[in-house]
Design a protein. Structure first.
Length: 375
């Protein structure tokens, strides 16, 4: 009787351990010395979009990208016997939806030789929130400077331009060319200041229900007749998408900037590439409003994809900061203005760029029609 209890106790404990591990919100795997999956909790099934039964038929190398840092970390843990943490590791594959940044904790299982436990902590939500706050601070940092420049620079520029125009009639042709140059350059500076002045506009945005597909079709038509002439722009729309409560002109400005950037990136590589405009409904994305306990749902996803050369990795953390650009003649205000407009609409914007594909993704709140009160 005692012997039977001794045999059944470890089995009962193992079952309880499996239940506890399966209840963890973070994906957890254990792999043997050959890299084959021994255990996967429920969160891991969702992360890899595969059942535990199928996961056990694969090795870790078949589940993560080729030459993933995770494989090297597992081997290092086996050799040293010490736990390792690694941050911002991409373990995404086409099956799991592209880029999937996670924080990793890899640890040995002392009771079982060669067995390693892997815990993945997805960073997608944290990154979206962090990027939103970064973009908001970047836009605000320019607001005061823009107001100062508008007042302190535009007035003297008007005087300079006026003086040049007064001098022009009494000058020789050679000197008139110089006054015209003065006028052209002052106009160029005024245009730049006008663009910066938009950052200082903190008035509430006038909004109305907007059909995003009508906005994207308009941007596409303008682009193909101008800066994107000769390129292919295709659509992947969700026709059932509800309207968004927004300022139509500002949305046109946002997508015009993004499509223009995509077109210029493709043309810089000889003009061979595609631009894809996509929309989708992504339920489940919720963002806490700073200073309140309210959580806003951002289910409307609008994307501009391009197959250009991509964005340098070192530029990505500062992409939406003002005056950051890769263009020789660029001013670096376009994406900063995009971030400000989307922030003013209660949404977020982010960018991913890898393997010759760059995606600007905008997440926006859905417009809810007010309920009619029944008499």
């Amino acid at each position: 009787m005692i012997a039977r209890s001794a045999k059944t106790l470890p089995q009962r404990e193992a079952t309880e351990a499996d239940i506890l591990l399966s209840a963890l919100p973070d994906p957890l795997l254990t792999v043997d010395q050959d890299g084959r999956v021994l255990f996967a909790n429920v969160a891991a099934e969702g992360f890899f979009q595969t059942s535990t039964l199928l996961l056990k038929r694969h090795t870790l190398a078949e589940l993560v990208p080729f030459a993933s840092p995770l494989l090297a970390l597992v081997e290092q843990v086996r050799q040293t016997g010490a736990s390792i943490r690694e941050y911002a590791v991409d373990v995404g594959t086409p099956r799991t939806g592209g880029e999937r940044l996670v924080d990793l904790q890899v640890a040995p299982v002392p009771e079982r030789a060669g067995v390693v436990m892997i815990v993945l902590q997805p960073r997608s939500m944290a990154h979206k929130i962090d990027r939103q706050l970064t973009h908001r601070n970047a836009a605000r940092s320019v607001t005061g400077m823009a107001s100062m420049l508008a007042h302190e620079i535009k007035n003297p520029l008007s005087g300079i331009r006026g003086a040049a125009q007064l001098l022009e009639p009494g000058l020789s042709d050679e000197d008139r060319a110089l006054t015209r140059l003065i006028c052209e350059e002052t106009d160029r500076i005024c245009t730049l200041v006008d663009q910066m002045e938009e950052f200082a506009d903190e008035r509430p945005v006038e909004r109305a229900p907007v059909n995003i597909h009508a906005v994207l079709d308009h941007v596409k038509a303008v682009a193909l007749s101008g800066f994107a002439r000769g390129l292919k722009i295709s659509e992947e729309y969700d026709p059932s998408l509800p309207p968004v409560l927004a300022n139509r002109d500002q949305l046109v400005q946002v997508f015009m900037n993004l499509v223009k950037n995509a077109a210029e990136a493709i043309k810089s590589e000889g003009g061979s590439g595609d631009i894809i405009l996509s929309t989708a409904f992504r339920p489940g994305m919720r963002l806490k409003v700073p200073g309140t306990s309210e959580r806003v749902t951002l289910p409307l996803e609008y994307c501009v994809h391009d197959t250009g050369p991509g964005i340098p990795e070192e530029l990505m953390p500062h992409l939406f900061d003002p005056f950051v650009t890769t263009k020789p003649s660029g001013k670096g205000l376009g994406l900063a203005l995009v971030a400000k407009i989307i922030r003013d609409h209660g949404g977020i914007v982010e960018c991913t760029s890898q393997d010759g594909r760059t995606t600007f993704r905008i997440l926006m709140p859905m417009h809810h029609q007010p309920r009619r009160e029944e008499g």
